[in-house]
Write a protein that binds this ligand. Structure first.
Ligand code: ADP
Length: 242
């Protein structure tokens, strides 16, 4: 396990919560409400993945699958500045793909699989921001949930296999369910969408909560090997930070 590389989030505290960072050969899911920082973390990872790190990690390229048109090259440029990296080089090392529907999202994985096969070791991170958005639109009917979950399961199993076969980290973002339960401490209990299929497919599920201004809280929601803990971090123009 020591040899598995981990990608820094840009925040030491958040890295600590994750046991060192976003881990290769597994799927890390971050969910939270709009503006909680999911996309900003995705953007930060686009940059930090390109930098050397612990365990002889030398850096690598990134694949970004964008389902909601959230990718902003300008955000990448500002994060590159923070780490004193060349903006154009950093952008060149991000393979960007926009998915227009859930079928297209699946087809993109075929192309990505070919790409990873062609250049083994070149790419280190695959981002899907967000995993459920297009499924939600394409399978919105009540009777379609079984079909949706079947397709989702196939996609997640594919992602897991790709992460292991090509030794890459998979990072996905997710939304919260609109059916919010209030527990006996009068605190809202949020849960991610995607049901059991997604719950079982993600190795680490992290909940992001909004705080005052740039402050955010990350909580381990479920994980096979992380302790249940929480950490605070901030969102800046230079990405996720302490
Ligand atoms: P999500 O993907 O969870 O909807 P985002 O990652 O897009 O959320 O985060 C949006 C939040 O990050 C907003 O609250 C915004 O204020 C903050 N933010 C985005 N870009 C910057 C920036 N360049 N500088 C400071 N804060 C930013």
């Amino acid at each position: 396990r020591n040899k598995i590389f981990k990608l820094s989030t840009g925040s030491k505290r958040l890295d600590q919560l994750l046991g060192g960072g976003i881990e290769a050969m597994s799927i890390t899911e971050v969910f939270g409400e709009f503006g909680s920082g999911k996309s900003q973390l995705a953007h930060t990872l686009c940059v930090t993945t390109q930098m050397p790190g612990p365990n002889s990690y030398l850096g690598g390229k990134v694949i970004f699958v964008d389902t909601e048109h959230t990718f902003r090259p300008d955000r990448i440029r500002m994060i590159a500045d923070r780490f004193n990296l060349n903006q154009a080089t950093v952008l060149d090392n991000i393979l960007y793909a926009r998915a227009y529907n859930s079928e297209h999202q699946w087809e993109l994985l075929n192309h990505i699989g070919e790409k990873l096969h062609e250049d083994p070791g070149l790419y280190k991170l695959l981002i899907i921001d967000s995993i459920m958005a297009l499924f939600r639109v394409d399978f919105s009917g009540l009777g379609e949930i079984t079909d949706r979950q079947k397709k989702l399961g196939q996609m997640m199993s594919r992602l897991q296999k790709m992460s292991e076969e090509f030794n890459i980290a998979v990072f996905i973002t997710n939304q919260i369910s609109s059916d919010i339960r209030i527990n006996d401490m009068d605190r809202a209990t949020y849960k991610p969408i995607g049901g059991n299929i997604l719950a079982h497919a993600s190795t680490n599920r992290i909940f992001f909560q909004k705080g005052q201004g740039p402050l955010r809280k990350a909580m381990v929601f479920s994980s096979t090997d992380l302790e249940e803990s929480e950490e605070e971090f901030i969102i800046t123009a230079g990405g996720v930070d302490d």
